[in-house]
Design a protein around this ligand. Structure first.
Ligand code: PMV
Length: 324
């Protein structure tokens, strides 16, 4: 029995073209391709070790490490996490029990989802541990992405730096010729979501607006990739804006309807559209997840604008950012 600890970290990611809707009940296969940017400053760390008592079942515990904030996971959350590890073990015919410890470098109760970074980090650590003990080759990031997808769809885009493109099985890195982006998330609401994203994937199919959704998302995906490569920032902003409103409109027109948009979200969105893009003719890409918080992405040369907006928005809301 080894007392080795396998460590892996993975970033969160924010989608510009959204994964919303699944083609099958299980396996997290998306109805359309999606494109995301990895948020390197919002990370999960997973440490895996074999259970010292040699038992077969896996256990989860919060990880206490300096610089990392121990996760609080509900019983349901722990079960989902460990079920994914069990899937990895079955895939490779491995049976010994693990102790899984995990932590985020951001607070877990601030309204930022951590399922993408946690499932990606768990898949990385699990694959490394199992393959090493079996004396087999480690898989490629694309192969690991396919496995991660089975636990949480959006986590398959958290295995790469920069932009990731996910069409069906797993994601891959995509080079859009754009360097590092500055990221801010404006936390307008930190309450727990009333409708989980798993439930949202199911309910959107009941919206009248779901007709044509796949075609719209695929067209935007193709156009956004081309526009970003041509450095057409304003048109890229317009596509991202249309895309997150499309997703939120699906939520609001589902049966039964639900929604995440809050008055604070609208205040931030109006400010960015009217005061920033409207007055300067330039600004950040804007998007929202299945939540109330607003994500802003700036080009590297927009650091001053990002700082200025961070100060202004920070007067009212908490802003988490990768700007120093
Ligand atoms: O991976 P899930 O099932 O939590 O889906 C998340 C989907 C969105 O975050 C709303 C959009 C996306 O593409 O990340």
């Amino acid at each position: 029995m080894t007392n080795k600890i396998w460590v892996a970290e993975a970033p969160s990611n924010i989608a510009l073209i959204k994964y919303m809707g699944k083609t099958e009940k299980s396996g997290n296969r998306p109805t359309n391709g999606s494109l995301s940017y990895s948020l390197d400053h919002l990370r999960t760390r997973v440490e895996l070790s074999l259970r010292p008592d040699g038992q077969a079942g896996d256990q989860w515990a919060p990880l206490n490490r300096q610089g990392w904030q121990p996760l609080t996971l509900s019983t349901k959350g722990q079960e989902r996490f460990l079920k994914h590890l069990q899937m990895l073990k079955s895939e490779f015919g491995f049976s010994a029990g693990f102790l899984v410890q995990s932590a985020n470098n951001f607070p877990s109760d601030c309204g930022l989802a951590s399922s993408a970074s946690s499932f990606a980090a768990l898949t990385l650590a699990g694959v490394r541990a199992i393959r090493e003990m079996q004396g087999k080759m480690i898989l490629t990031p694309n192969e690991i992405s396919i496995l991660s997808r089975k636990g949480s769809g959006s986590s398959c885009r958290s295995l790469f730096e920069g932009f990731s493109l996910w069409r069906d099985e797993g994601a891959e890195r995509i080079d859009l010729g754009i360097g590092k982006l500055w990221h801010q998330v404006i936390l307008v609401d930190d309450s727990l979501k009333a409708v989980s994203s798993s439930e949202a994937h199911l309910r959107v199919a009941s919206s009248d607006l779901f007709n044509g959704r796949v075609e719209r998302a695929e067209r935007r995906l193709k156009n956004l990739i081309a526009l970003m490569r041509e450095k057409k920032w304003r048109q890229s902003f317009e596509i991202c804006w249309q895309e997150f409103w499309d997703m939120h409109a699906l939520f609001e027109t589902s049966n039964p309807a639900f929604g995440y948009m809050r008055s604070g979200s609208l205040d931030v969105l109006n400010f960015v559209r009217e005061q920033v893009w409207g007055k300067l003719g330039d600004g950040p890409l804007v998007t929202m997840d299945a939540g109330a918080n607003v994500h802003l992405l700036y080009r590297e040369d927009q650091a001053d604008l990002a700082r200025m907006m961070g100060r202004q928005l920070g007067e009212k809301w908490q802003v988490i950012s990768n700007l120093s």
